[in-house]
Write a protein of this length. Structure first.
Length: 317
């Protein structure tokens, strides 16, 4: 089957600590391994997999990390219209059978692809973030928009919501990550919704042999932004080292607030107990999960939290 993936995360990746980009990659890789012919549209990508990279068309839209609201709003509108225009020729050239808007797939993230008269799948739709205060909870180095920018953002948001509703109404099938998500969608589309939860590669994320000696090691994985709550874990570490002076906390991931978290660790005299490893290829993260005692995800809000499933698959509390 010839499949057009019309969107593949803020950052389509097999190496960065971006959960959404990783799970999209895993889906795309399995479709490719099963012999499907793929064309993938991505705002931007960072891929080590040469086979998938060769199938991906990047629009070079800088949406990650999402610090500036106006840049994010304008970027997604541009991506929606630009990908629609490009798809019109791709569909004929590649003889596309089906279109799938994979992710992002939450409120406001729309696609114009249903207008191309091909079978269209949307999702998986995750849980929405709780009401986040973008200024105080999303990123530490938030730059508030100017008055004129705020007006543009509000106008773009209204357009996004209208187009999102239209996308759902025109979709042939809608994937939701959990059955309960259907309760938050319009009743008119519920019959089209199919629950398919996210999965984990249990051959990669698995238990180590029992004879491995564990250390006093805590692991946390995620994009380095305030919404992940890493500052609370760093502050908690100050109490842990009083009981276990040799305890270690390792962070995996990169992002706009990494420097803030590093400075906080120094301020609390925890430099010897906390390591910031930055981004690690996804197929190597299992080694860290297998060797830690505890996995901790102190997020203020998550739409799913794939890393927690991977930790549990490695047998970690």
């Amino acid at each position: 089957m010839n499949i057009l993936i019309s969107s593949s995360s803020f950052l389509f990746t097999d190496t960065e600590g971006v959960g959404e980009g990783i799970f999209v990659y895993e889906i795309v890789k399995r479709l490719h391994d099963r012999g499907h012919k793929l064309v993938i549209f991505a705002p931007q990508y960072k891929l080590l997999d040469k086979n998938i990279k060769a199938l991906t068309i990047s629009f070079n839209i800088d949406l990650f990390p999402a610090i500036l609201e106006l840049r994010e709003q304008a970027g997604w509108h541009y991506f929606a219209y630009k990908s629609f225009e490009m798809a019109r020729s791709i569909i004929k050239e590649k003889k596309i059978d089906i279109i799938h808007h994979l992710a992002p797939s939450f409120s406001g993230m729309y696609s114009l692809m249903p207008l191309l008269n091909k079978p269209f799948i949307y999702g998986p739709i995750p849980l929405e973030h709780r009401n986040i205060d973008f200024e105080t909870e999303f990123v530490k180095n938030y730059e508030p928009p100017k008055d004129i920018e705020k007006e543009i953002i509000d106008s773009l948001s209204i357009l996004s919501r209208k187009q999102y509703a239209r996308t759902l109404s025109m979709a042939d099938k809608i994937i939701v990550q959990l059955p309960s998500i259907r309760n938050h969608l319009p009743k008119s589309i519920i019959k089209k919704c199919i629950p398919i939860p996210l999965g984990v590669d249990t051959q990669l994320f698995c238990l180590l042999p029992e004879n491995y000696k564990h250390q006093d090691l805590i692991l946390s994985i995620g994009h380095m932004t305030a919404i992940k709550g890493f500052d609370y874990l760093i502050k908690a570490m100050a109490f842990i080292v009083k009981e276990k002076p040799r305890a270690q906390l390792i962070f995996i991931g990169d992002g706009p607030d990494k420097t803030y978290f590093e400075k906080l660790a120094i301020k609390l005299n925890l430099s010897k107990n906390i390591q910031f490893l930055g981004s690690i290829p996804h197929n190597r993260i299992n080694k860290y999960l297998q060797r830690c005692n505890v996995y901790c995800q102190p997020s203020l809000s998550e739409t799913f939290g794939l890393a927690r499933l991977e930790a549990m698959s490695c047998g970690k509390p």
